[in-house]
Ligand binder design. Structure first.
Ligand code: PLP
Length: 456
């Protein structure tokens, strides 16, 4: 048993939580999570909650995997830390690098390790600029990203990201980063088919390249499916067209796979599902299922060959790059994904099943529109439904309907995230079809309660 009030008192007195209104937290006190098993977590009051967000999009193999804790324990006992700076390495880091090259698309030959996705994207920024410098194009430094993208919270990560609220508080983005619109059909696709809109949204990249000057553009970065921006699933035409434009101008394509990597879309990496061939891929989260922090960048032959052939120090790295304990956790996590065939299960069973379940949820009077891809899904709460998603009448932002709904989700015993009035999920990949039924049942009850509340 836990003394919830005492822990909350320590927490509010001393812990500044990420992305949190500190004043609000002080008034309410945080919920204290104490235990996890499979797709469920428990709070200090003993409430069991279905974690439909996999923590923060990361606990891909689910909670309570003893074999990961055993691998971590064993590595800590043998060699808890050593760096890779002094022409030194360690066993799990070398093995994991090889494993990641094995499971990633064929163009990838090398890995650069970090401890997080944000640091991975900082690494991308430096790596693409160094790549072009080494090739003699010292002006080719601009990276194009998208509004509302999330690429992390470091200065470079937040600059690459397109979250206006993050930019506004810190004078970001740093120079040399441009943003284009996101492929959000609901927001910008009125009057077009999804396929037409996909091509249109990709053409914004070409417009920006021409406006910037193609000789100045180093790379384009994007999440295969924008996660924190609200699970924005692009039309099928979008990514192949982005790839075509990158190829046409010779610019590097960076896929931020922090959410989509390690099986979320039913393929090892989201790029495979979207039919693109990135030059660099950021990963984190699912690489260890969040058991221990680890991230990094997969580097293709195209980039690695230049970095290696032309030589010279790459003046970048972290104390914990290739941390042996984190790498040991990742190796065991990947072994579980393989042994339990979880990625095939997402592709052939649970992903299609979730898609059907969300199509049924779309019949709820509060849901204007619902969609999914693999094991990410979202539904939009609307004041009034319409045949065409663009004709739905939305709630006013001041009504905070998403947050109200999130509250009812929690009281029903499920964690679902609200991005405005879009409710999103990304459950652990080990979820079964029966558990998907349980999950959608809880979602439906919470939607009913939200509707009642709004009508009261
Ligand atoms: N990139 C994407 C697509 C993310 O979703 C996130 C985190 O949610 C990050 C980067 C940043 O990763 P981290 O929080 O590990 O720094």
């Amino acid at each position: 048993t836990f003394d919830t009030k005492a822990i909350q008192a320590l927490d509010t007195a001393h812990y500044l939580h990420p992305f949190t209104d500190f004043k609000d937290l002080n008034q309410k006190g945080a919920r204290v999570m104490v235990k996890g098993d499979g797709i469920y977590i428990w709070d200090s009051e003993g409430k069991k909650i279905l974690d439909a967000m996999s923590g923060l999009w990361c606990v891909n193999v689910g909670y309570g995997r003893n074999s990961i804790s055993a691998a971590v324990y064993q590595q800590m006992e043998t060699l808890p830390f050593y760096n890779s700076f002094f022409n030194t390495t360690n066993v799990p880091a070398a093995q994991l690098a090889a494993k990641l090259v094995e499971i990633s698309p064929p163009q990838f030959s090398h890995v650069f390790f970090t401890s997080s996705g944000s640091e991975g994207n900082d690494t991308n920024l430096r790596m693409v600029r160094r790549y072009w410098d080494l090739l003699g194009y010292k002006d080719r430094h601009v990276i194009i990203s998208r509004h509302n993208a999330y690429h992390g919270s470091t200065v470079a990560g937040a600059s690459l990201g397109g979250m206006r609220a993050m930019h506004a508080q810190a004078g970001l983005p740093i120079p040399g980063i441009e943003h284009i619109g996101q492929p959000n059909y609901l927001e910008s696709g009125r009057g077009m088919t999804e396929a037409e809109f996909g091509i249109k949204a990709a053409s914004w990249l070409e417009d920006k390249i021409l406006e910037t000057g193609p000789e100045k553009v180093a790379a384009f970065i994007g999440e295969p499916i924008q996660g924190a921006g609200g699970v924005v699933i692009p039309p099928a035409t979008y990514w192949p067209e982005i790839q075509r434009i990158c190829d046409k101008y010779g610019i590097l394509l960076i896929a931020d796979e922090v959410i989509c990597g390690f099986g979320r879309l039913g393929t090892w990496f989201g790029s495979e599902r979207m039919g693109i061939r990135p030059d660099l891929m950021t990963f984190a989260k699912g690489v260890t299922s969040g058991y221990i922090p680890l991230g990094g960048v997969m580097v293709s032959d195209r980039v690695a060959d230049i970095l290696i052939e032309k030589g010279g120090d790459f003046n970048h790295g972290f104390t914990y790059s290739g941390h042996p304990v984190a790498c040991a956790a990742a190796l065991e996590n990947i072994r579980i994904l393989e042994q339990e065939k979880l990625i095939g299960q997402v592709a052939n069973q649970t992903g299609p099943y979730l898609q059907q379940a969300f199509a049924q949820l779309a019949s709820h009077p509060l849901v204007g529109f619902a969609n999914s891809c693999g094991l990410v899904a979202g539904l939009n709460l609307v004041r009034q439904k319409a045949e065409l998603q663009h004709d739905c009448v939305l709630f006013g932002t001041e009504q905070n309907v998403g947050m109200i709904c999130r509250g009812y989700m929690f009281s029903q015993g499920i964690i679902m995230r609200a991005v405005g009035d879009r409710m999103i999920i990304a459950p652990p990949l080990c979820i079964s079809v029966m558990q998907i039924d349980e999950m959608t049942g809880l979602i439906r009850s919470a939607l009913d309660q939200t509707l009642e509340d709004l009508q009261a």
